[in-house]
Design a protein around this ligand. Structure first.
Ligand SMILES: [Zn+2]
Ligand SMILES: [Zn+2]
Length: 325
């Protein structure tokens, strides 16, 4: 399923199966998770998209062929491919475990053809073995909702009371990890979104309410997964002095002005950019211990436009996943 131009739907096209070059593997895709970022790709809200592009960056499949110079992956192995698809490997960021900030980074389903397809080629450095005990569909949402959610949660430090703004795929996974770590989760949704609020409470949130409300107790930290900039001042009002607001999305609308008093008291705001290899290795090892169980809605590959429309319309609880046969 290919995006040929910005602002259009995806179209089904037949292409030759790509070949794995040096340092790459060819993967037969079995499932690909759908992420809110895919909507930002469709809407051209992310810079430097390459057209035509096959979206999809929560790819699950088996290795069909291993290119020259790949040592630690083998044919037949079940693997996953996340959003960060390639980095230069040499810059100061790449040399210090901050490859998520590499200026030459390329992203799966954005500059590198992704997993809304039967086959894809991936840079072996960003191909990860997947934990046992998960089906292909179930494990797909762990690769972005899980990984970026986990990185966002790490940025909350030792916070015990955590607010999650936007209760979609990432938040429902983060909730499971946070509860397992002994934290409390407060869920904030669009005004009056009873479906999302009851979903959050079923997932174990201690409180759920509209995003402009102040929670019953001050939060130690908040993570914003929704793409709405006005949530930043709202979250600052909900966190205690010294608390952190983490912006976990790749795209966000402009943040409106707010009084300095909202930031005063050593509150901080930070963004989370992409993911590192360390995040992937840590989270994929942690997930089966919790165990993280993503709630999924499956669609066949050919129904990708429908799945994206359902995500956009707020009709999904949990994560959507494409099945590829
Ligand atoms: Zn994503
Ligand atoms: Zn680099």
């Amino acid at each position: 399923m290919i995006l040929e131009r910005p602002g259009t739907g995806l179209v089904l096209r037949e292409r030759p199966v790509p070949a794995a070059g040096a340092g790459e593997v060819l993967i037969a895709v079995s499932a690909c998770g759908i992420c809110r970022t895919d909507l930002h790709v469709l809407d051209a809200e992310i810079p430097d998209i390459r057209y035509p592009i096959v979206p999809g960056h929560q790819i699950v499949g088996r290795i069909l062929a291993v290119g020259p110079g790949v040592a630690d992956l083998s044919q037949g192995q079940r693997v996953g491919v996340p959003w960060l698809g390639a980095t230069c490997g040499r810059c100061a960021f790449c040399s210090s475990g901050q490859e998520n900030l590499c200026d030459a980074a390329r992203f799966t389903g954005c500059q590198i053809d992704g997993g809304y397809a039967t086959h894809c080629v991936a840079d072996a450095r960003y191909v990860f073995a997947l934990p046992e005990g998960y089906g292909d569909l179930e494990v797909a949402p762990l690769l972005c909702a899980g990984l970026i959610g986990y990185r966002s949660l790490r940025m909350c430090g030792e916070a015990e009371r955590i607010g999650l703004y936007g209760f979609g795929a990432a938040a429902h996974i983060v909730t499971q990890v946070a509860l397992w770590q002994g934290r409390e989760v407060f869920a904030f949704t669009r005004r009056g979104d009873a479906l999302a609020q009851s979903f959050a409470l079923r997932q174990g949130a201690i409180w759920a309410g509209d995003s402009d409300r102040v929670p019953p107790q001050p939060l130690d930290a908040a993570i914003i997964f929704a793409a709405a900039g006005e949530l930043v001042p709202a979250a600052l009002r909900a966190v205690r002095k010294g608390g952190t607001v983490v912006c976990g999305g790749i795209h966000m609308s402009d943040i409106p002005g707010f009084p300095y008093a909202s930031l005063w008291g050593e509150r901080s705001i930070r963004s989370v950019a992409n993911l590192t290899r360390r995040d992937a290795l840590e989270f994929l090892a942690l997930a089966p211990k919790v165990p993280v169980r993503a709630q999924i809605t499956a669609y066949p590959l050919e129904m990708a436009n429908r799945a994206l429309a359902d995500l956009r319309g707020g009709k999904l609880s949990g994560a959507a996943v494409l099945t590829i046969s």
